[in-house]
Design a protein around this ligand. Structure first.
Ligand SMILES: [Zn+2]
Length: 299
């Protein structure tokens, strides 16, 4: 059990089951012990990392807010408080690892810089064509390949930030026998926004799982998994002006629905759409073709 779960567990001892848990934002809500009155509104929000709590309904009128220690003093018992003091996130010093500048693999080669008759280039190109990836996509996204070194036999899809600095890349093996399908950099993927330099925040945005999915949809952001980073959530909230369509793989429909509810609020209310892909397909399998019937109606 990590520290976040331990603190949530501890609070649940005296506030009951949490209403909502947003682990990536370190945020959890409970029914407020002061004002809820069995209405189960989940108005009391706790941020575990920041070690604060706040009731959205009675916080100002009843003073139901403050450092997390105060919540324990008011509603927990001595044992809870003691355990909390041991765990207390505010005393945990977060060690920042020195940042290494991210570089593309040494052998990275753009398709246009290699001879079309070079056998390795041809293997790489055949793989891309078999997945429906066009020359325009290869050009637009700066896709390349590696013929030697650590990343030999891999397609590389780079990602750049708004300043044009490399912030991540995906390295996918084209050999079906390869032990590791992907060999991506160690850089923390939740600290970057993939293809940040290509996103038009004023237009409709598609959220997809992987870079290969994103190639097929106009103005898409690969989340590099089924979960959204806090950074992406906040950036969408601040900058996205159009609709946001969630388009995760068919096997991630539960994650997608959860994400829908997390996004569909405040500024973004009514602008979130959700797509359920058929038969274990991802959007790359479907070559980006989204039929009307894939849109889910959420109540
Ligand atoms: Zn309250």
């Amino acid at each position: 059990m990590d520290e976040f779960e331990a603190v949530v567990d501890l609070i649940s001892n005296f506030l009951g089951e949490p209403k909502k848990i947003y682990e990536n934002r370190s945020q959890v809500s409970w029914d407020c012990p002061v004002c809820d009155d069995d209405k189960h509104k989940g108005n009391l929000e706790v941020n575990v990392d920041k070690a604060v709590y706040h009731c959205w309904s009675c916080g100002d009128s009843e003073g139901t807010h403050g450092p997390l220690g105060k919540l324990f003093d008011k509603y927990g018992n001595k044992k809870h408080k003691k355990l909390y003091n041991v765990l207390k996130p505010e005393t945990v010093v977060k060690r920042e690892r020195p940042k290494k500048t991210l570089k593309l693999p040494d052998a990275f080669t753009l398709f246009k810089d290699s001879s079309p008759v070079y056998p390795v280039r041809r293997q790489a190109m055949n793989y891309l064509k078999s997945r429906g990836i066009t020359d325009e996509m290869i050009e637009k996204f700066g896709i390349g390949f590696c013929d030697k070194g650590d990343h030999a036999g891999r397609i590389v899809i780079p990602s750049y930030n708004t300043n044009g600095v490399l912030n991540y890349y995906i390295a996918r093996s084209w050999n079906p026998m390869s032990r590791a399908k992907y060999k991506n950099p160690e850089a923390e993927k939740d600290k970057i926004i993939f293809w940040e330099n290509l996103i038009d925040w004023n237009k409709d945005i598609f959220l997809v799982e992987g870079a290969f999915d994103g190639l097929f949809l106009e103005n898409s952001i690969p989340m590099l998994g089924k979960h959204m980073s806090e950074l992406l959530f906040e950036t969408l909230y601040m900058k996205a002006k159009g609709n946001i369509t969630i388009c995760l793989d068919a096997d991630a429909i539960k994650n997608a629905i959860k994400l829908y509810h997390e996004l569909n609020g405040g500024e973004m209310w009514g602008r979130i759409k959700l797509i359920k892909l058929p038969d274990d397909k991802d959007i790359a399998d479907l070559r980006g073709e989204i039929k009307d019937e894939y849109y889910m109606i959420i109540k």
